[in-house]
Design a protein around this ligand. Structure first.
Ligand SMILES: Cc1cc2nc3c(=O)[nH]c(=O)nc-3n(C[C@H](O)[C@H](O)[C@H](O)COP(=O)(O)O)c2cc1C
Ligand code: SF4
Ligand code: SF4
Length: 256
């Protein structure tokens, strides 16, 4: 089984590519969480892959909470567990954090992988330029093929990008908490009231009221799915993201 979290398609694409070779089914953490399904049951020699994006050098808060509650049910004393953290510029401590959560449950990652893909944090990154997309994706396919090969052979590999120290990651997670305020979002007059943002928000933070989205929770994941998937590109964050364009992984149609 492969469980994944994907706001804009990168992780879904990576999970899909791995599953096409392994034959494992892929399951969205967003759906598992909505169904309060925290028990992952593995058959016989089945492996478990966890494919997630890096947020603020760590994990999206929903992923961290889900993995903390998750239990792995298996007859295998030493199941093959691996994780892929996708990222744009630095994966930080995301894989280490997952391993720590699993360690608390008596498990250990058998293999650790990071995979550079397009950085959806459009507060900083300009995704209107083809050359920027090309920069982020220049090694994606080669690295993904190496990951797939490693998983297929059930190797114990560490194919992670090494970055800055632990203190740095801890500080970044504080910044994430501060930035999670939904008051930073705004919507302009181009909004058609189609309701897609309400339907697809992973944490039900949006409601359409008077034909426009209203953020009904104080904090959200800031996954930017609502920004990147809005058909009219009507949503903005901190008045900084509009200028940097929209992005969703071109190889993925359905996100959960
Ligand atoms: C809130 C947020 C924070 C992010 N933080 C980081 C980061 O710390 N380092 C990094 O390299 N990429 C970061 N990214 C980029 C994502 O990890 C990357 O684009 C990922 O592939 C998105 O996966 P998805 O399309 O499956 O949601 C961030 C993206 C968002 C939306
Ligand atoms: S997805 Fe965009 S156009 Fe549709 S309701 Fe939300 S903000 Fe408006
Ligand atoms: S409101 Fe937008 S950014 Fe926040 S969790 Fe929902 S989809 Fe993601």
């Amino acid at each position: 089984m492969i469980i994944y979290f994907s706001a804009t398609g990168n992780c879904k694409y990576a999970a899909t590519r791995i599953s096409q070779k392994t034959g494992d089914k892929i399951v969205s953490i967003i759906q598992l969480n909505k169904n309060t399904d925290y028990c992952i049951e593995l058959e016989n020699d089945e492996s478990l892959g966890i494919v997630i994006p890096t947020y603020f050098y760590g994990l999206p808060v929903l992923v961290k909470e889900y993995l903390s509650k998750m239990t792995i049910k298996t007859d295998n004393e030493n199941p093959y567990l691996y994780s892929v953290s996708t990222y744009g510029t630095t994966p930080g401590g995301s894989i280490e954090i997952i391993n720590n959560i699993l360690n608390d449950k008596g498990h250990e990652l058998s293999s650790k992988y990071t995979l550079q893909m397009v950085d959806t944090w459009t507060v900083e990154f300009d995704l209107t330029k083809e050359e920027n997309i090309a920069y982020f994706t220049k090694n994606t396919e080669d690295k993904l093929n190496s990951i797939i090969e490693s998983v297929m052979e059930r190797r114990n590999d560490d194919l992670t990008e090494k970055t800055k120290g632990k203190l740095f990651y801890t500080f970044a997670q504080f910044a994430y908490e501060l930035d999670r305020k939904t008051s930073y979002f705004s919507v302009d007059d181009s909004c058609t009231g189609c309701g897609l943002c309400q339907r697809d928000c992973p944490v039900e933070a949006i409601e359409i009221k008077g034909g426009k989205p209203v953020w009904i929770k104080d904090k959200c994941l800031i996954c930017f799915r609502c920004i990147h998937r809005c058909p009219a590109f009507s949503i903005e964050y901190k008045h900084k993201t509009k200028v940097n364009g929209q992005y969703t992984n071109p190889n993925v149609a359905v996100f959960d």
